[in-house]
Design a protein around this ligand. Structure first.
Ligand SMILES: Nc1ccn([C@@H]2O[C@H](COP(=O)(O)OP(=O)(O)OP(=O)(O)O)[C@@H](O)[C@H]2O)c(=O)n1
Ligand SMILES: C/C(=C\CO)CCC[C@H](C)CCC[C@H](C)CCCC(C)C
Length: 254
């Protein structure tokens, strides 16, 4: 309940800052994008160990989703929310990017929760990575990517390193709190780099008009994490490359 109230208050704070002229619309929207997901992941730490805790936590994005559905479809009028969450001021936009974002938060909460790093990695790439790509790319993105003139090397580099830094932070935090097995960070880093690299590549493709970044990036982050994290675990337990391939075969991937 407290988290649900805080989520509304958090979005309102950015709306006020935008109205006061402290933040411009695009930046305010991106800061909401960058901060809400990662703060929500931190609230997971306040839940009990009960098996149903993840479902209670997932109620927060679900309630926000119902609110977006109601406003986006015109059932409820909330011009403030429409202005701060949409690019063009069109309420129907709430039913795309922002709704996908919330659906991803609900899905990773239920599917991965605190015991699978894939969840925190997915949120890191969708929020920290994709969000910073926009902020850095718009300001310093003069060198454009050869395969997409809308995206830049600076934006993609920011996405890769910001996503990776955030994922490492969560990895360290969740390990120190005993939610998943601690491996040396230098061992996990190459595997994490594969996940972040794949997400960065997908985000850079010129497919955004029909495949929203808030869907493509999390899908790739979760999928590749599930593929490489067992390998990282196997390597941490001293398995050789052939043994790691055996892990893949056991997962029906090799
Ligand atoms: N790898 C990237 C990603 C983004 N950008 C910059 O950030 C802007 C917005 O990118 P993006 O978020 O993909 O665009 P939209 O989907 O239109 O915006 P939003 O995510 O806010 O919906 C781009 O035009 C570009 O200037 C960039 O330079 N390099
Ligand atoms: C603008 C957004 C995405 C477009 O790319 C982000 C939309 C954010 C939502 C409207 C609010 C989401 C709230 C979270 C589910 C919970 C946050 C909890 C917390 C305590 C801040």
């Amino acid at each position: 309940m407290r988290t649900a109230v805080c989520s509304i208050a958090w979005v309102k704070i950015f709306d006020r800052l935008k109205r006061a002229g402290v933040l411009e619309q695009k930046l305010s929207r991106k800061l909401v994008h960058i901060t809400t997901g990662p703060i929500f992941v931190l609230t997971w730490l306040f839940f009990s160990d009960a098996p149903y805790a993840r479902f209670i936590a997932a109620a927060v994005p679900c309630l926000n989703g119902i609110r977006l559905l109601a406003v986006g479809s015109g059932l409820i009028s909330n011009p403030g929310l429409v202005n701060s969450m949409s690019r063009s001021g069109d309420k129907a936009e709430l039913l795309r990017g922002p709704l996908y974002y919330i659906a991803v938060l609900a899905a990773v909460t239920v599917l991965f929760w605190r015991d699978n790093p894939a969840g925190a990695i997915t949120v890191s790439m969708m929020c920290g990575g994709d969000g910073l790509a926009d902020i850095v790319g718009r300001r310093f993105g003069t060198g454009k990517l050869p395969w997409n003139s809308n995206k830049s090397w600076a934006g993609s580099a920011a996405m890769f390193f910001a996503g990776m830094a955030m994922a490492c932070g969560y990895f360290w935090l969740f390990c120190s709190l005993g939610y998943f097995e601690c491996f040396p960070l230098q061992l996990v880093l190459p595997y994490l780099a594969v996940v972040c690299g794949a997400c960065t590549l997908v985000e850079s493709l010129p497919v955004n008009s029909w495949f929203d970044d808030n869907l493509s990036v999390p899908l790739v982050a979760a999928g590749v994490s599930m593929l490489v994290l067992p390998l990282a675990a196997a390597a941490a337990h001293g398995c050789s490359l052939p043994q790691q391939q055996h892990v893949l075969q056991m997962l029906h991937i090799g």
